[in-house]
Design a protein around this ligand. Structure first.
Ligand code: PEP
Length: 253
């Protein structure tokens, strides 16, 4: 089964208009492979600008805009939140859901994450569902239990068939922003577990879901990671803020 590769940039609360411009210019200088989609997820205030810069520039059509979060609610008294319909109006295509920083700093539960995935799918946005274990959970051999506990509420809420429109990012929490990358063997083993877990529910769907690795991916380690059978690309934090590094990562996918 050949799946499309995806490289997604999570700028977190970094970047500005200047980065939007230099990134769009930098990416318009490279020739992306046809089977690779690149998604850039800046903070909310830059989504519109990014979309319009991409449309003006001579960039490949496989470059997309994503947000870093979305509300599970459609509208109403939720100060500071952004709805799926608002993102759709800005022609956003992807949304990161359940990033470990949202789970740990903002106490998002797996149930809430499931509601967000559902809201995104209902609006025609592609969720990039983030899952991953902490350092102590890996040390105590709880990785698979944790990943299953993060996936199951989403499967229960949206149904496994809908996962054909979901991207999963496996991001070991201990590897995010730390410079400690999972070895390619460890990453592959965990991705394989995730695909098998999905396959227990539906084999055909499991074979189609793009699984991204995230956690200190850079221009040096990306090639080996992306070469693994169940790794279909990456979710890139720090290295996505540097045009040259990010371009090399996109070219390696
Ligand atoms: C992330 O925030 O999703 C991430 C993977 O960050 P970094 O690449 O900096 O580890």
């Amino acid at each position: 089964m050949t799946r499309r590769a995806i490289v997604a940039a999570n700028w977190k609360m970094n970047g500005n208009s200047a980065l939007v411009n230099t990134m769009v210019t930098g990416l318009s200088d490279i020739k992306l492979a046809e089977n690779v989609d690149v998604v850039i997820c800046p903070s909310f205030p830059y989504l519109s600008e990014l979309k319009s810069e991409l449309s003006k520039a001579n960039v490949a059509t496989n470059l997309f805009v994503g947000s870093q979060n979305v509300s599970e609610h459609d509208s109403g008294a939720f100060t500071g939140e952004v709805s799926t319909n608002m993102l759709k109006e800005l022609s956003v295509n992807y949304v990161i859901v359940g990033h470990s920083e949202r789970r740990s700093l903002y106490k998002e539960t797996s149930t809430q994450v499931a509601h967000k995935v559902n809201a995104a799918l209902n609006a025609g946005l592609t969720p990039i569902l983030c899952i991953g274990e902490s350092e102590s959970e890996r040390a105590t051999e709880q990785t698979e239990t944790v990943l299953a506990s993060q996936l199951q509420p989403v499967i229960d809420e949206v149904g496994i068939e809908k996962f054909v429109d979901v991207v999963i990012a496996y991001e070991p929490v201990w590897a995010i922003g730390t410079g400690k990358t999972a070895s390619s063997e460890m990453a592959q083993e965990t991705h394989q577990f995730i695909r098998q877990f999905l396959a227990q529910n539906n084999e055909l769907v499991a074979a189609k879901v793009p699984l991204l690795y995230g956690g200190s991916v850079n221009a040096t380690n990306c090639e080996e990671l992306f070469a693994q059978a169940d790794i279909d690309g990456g979710l890139i934090g720090g290295a996505s803020l540097k045009v040259e590094q990010f371009s090399s990562i996109c070219l390696a996918a």
